[in-house]
Design a protein around this ligand. Structure first.
Ligand SMILES: Cc1ncc(COP(=O)(O)O)c(C=O)c1O
Length: 379
């Protein structure tokens, strides 16, 4: 079996599961309970928060444990918009953000906010100058992802951060879900006020995540209740989930440090092999994030290729969920201005540190075989 759909989700690391299991079994008390067991749970939660903060190079009060990327993005964007609407009602984002950003922005539009969706070039790149030009006196938020989930395109989030710094009235949010553990991001220096991370993309668990909220940034909460997470996210804490998230981060950062070139080698191998095949168009830019290769195979239905690969034990994906009117078209590839023969035939191969070069070789040869076979059937 070759699993090359790691941008959709990853296999949990056994050590993460072990940490979850131990915490869930031994620290089941409610951290808010005032008895001894509650105190012990509270201590474990504080420890997890401290460790998360130290791994990210931020202050422990800046960590909000969430249920993942969708919640983090919703909390950051709605939280800022609803809390600071008296300053202005204009938001800037890009045309190719994850649906958890785009749909959140659309819902705010229906509530009277105005959103500028910055266009991208043929590789899905946002120009920081376009972001700068879009800033108005009533802009309260810029939200840009670090790595596009479909193409792997890296956005100039640090450059945009420099621009954001010049406008102290607005907040800057970065969706770091696809970049975490693959690309560095200096929170402190990048002018970032809010940053979304998700556990299940880094061999952690579904339903776990962190939203970084810079000290002094006030958010309107999505959930009201007992005031947990410093009033930013009410609800009894998912203590074992928080512990598992921190463990997954520690492990992925070790991989990032020690096996930095491994992902690059895997995706280069795949890109170089597919480049030679005239039936394939590589959509990802040369300097994309090292774990995502996006291609189009015009004339072939992506589902048919995915099915044929699946029969041979190889798992990749099509576009991620999209907001395009034409459901078989990738909204991201369409925003890049690609012809419909490419936007309708997009495939994403996404690797992880656990994949091997042999798997990449095997994938490339099976992929060619599959196209040859389908060619014969269609021919
Ligand atoms: C860039 C990006 N942001 C946000 C999300 C949503 O994360 P989650 O699945 O943890 O809700 C994803 C998931 O695919 C993503 O790729």
């Amino acid at each position: 079996m070759i699993y090359f759909d790691n941008s959709a989700t990853t296999k949990p690391h056994p050590e993460v599961l072990e940490s979850f299991h131990k915490a869930a079994l031994n620290y089941y008390a409610n951290p808010s309970s005032i008895h001894q067991l509650g105190g012990e749970a509270e201590q474990l939660l504080s420890g997890a928060r401290r460790q998360a903060a130290s791994l990210l190079g931020v202050h422990e009060d800046e960590i909000v444990f969430t249920s993942g990327g969708t919640e983090g993005n919703n909390l950051a964007i709605k939280g800022i918009a609803l809390e600071h609407q008296n300053r202005g009602k204009h938001i800037i984002t890009s045309q190719i953000e994850h649906p958890s950003v785009l749909e959140t922005c659309k819902s705010l539009e229906s509530m009277g906010f105005e959103v500028t969706y910055i266009p991208v070039n043929q590789y899905g790149q946002v120009r920081s100058k376009d972001v700068e030009k879009a800033i108005r006196s009533d802009t309260i938020l810029i939200s840009i992802m670090q790595v596009n989930s479909e193409l792997g395109t890296i956005q100039p989030v640090e450059e945009i951060g420099e621009i954001a710094k010049k406008h102290p009235k607005l907040f800057y949010h970065v969706d770091h879900v696809q970049g975490l553990g693959k690309l560095p991001l200096n929170f402190g220096k990048s002018g970032i006020d809010l940053c979304t991370m998700s556990g299940h993309k880094i061999h952690g668990l579904k339903g776990t995540g962190i939203l970084y909220v810079k000290k002094g940034t006030k958010l309107h909460p999505l959930f009201h209740g007992g005031g947990q997470e410093r009033d930013q996210r009410s609800g009894t804490e998912n203590l074992a989930g928080a512990v598992a998230m921190v463990k997954a981060m520690r492990l992925i950062f070790e991989e990032q440090k020690n096996s930095r070139h491994h992902l690059e080698n895997l995706s280069r191998k795949i890109k170089n092999s597919l480049k030679e095949d005239r039936r394939v168009r590589i959509n990802s830019p040369e300097d994309s994030a090292p774990h995502i290769v996006n291609i189009s195979v015009p004339g072939y239905k992506p589902e048919v290729i995915i099915h044929a690969l699946g029969e041979r034990g190889i798992f990749i994906s099509t576009k991620s969920a999209c907001s395009s009117k034409q459901s078989d078209e990738s909204a991201v590839l369409a925003a890049c201005g690609l012809h419909s023969k490419y936007t309708r035939s997009g495939l994403r191969i996404s690797v992880s540190y656990t994949n091997t070069e042999d798997e990449a070789d095997m994938f490339c040869s099976v992929f060619k075989e599959v196209l040859d076979e389908l060619n014969e059937v269609m021919g």
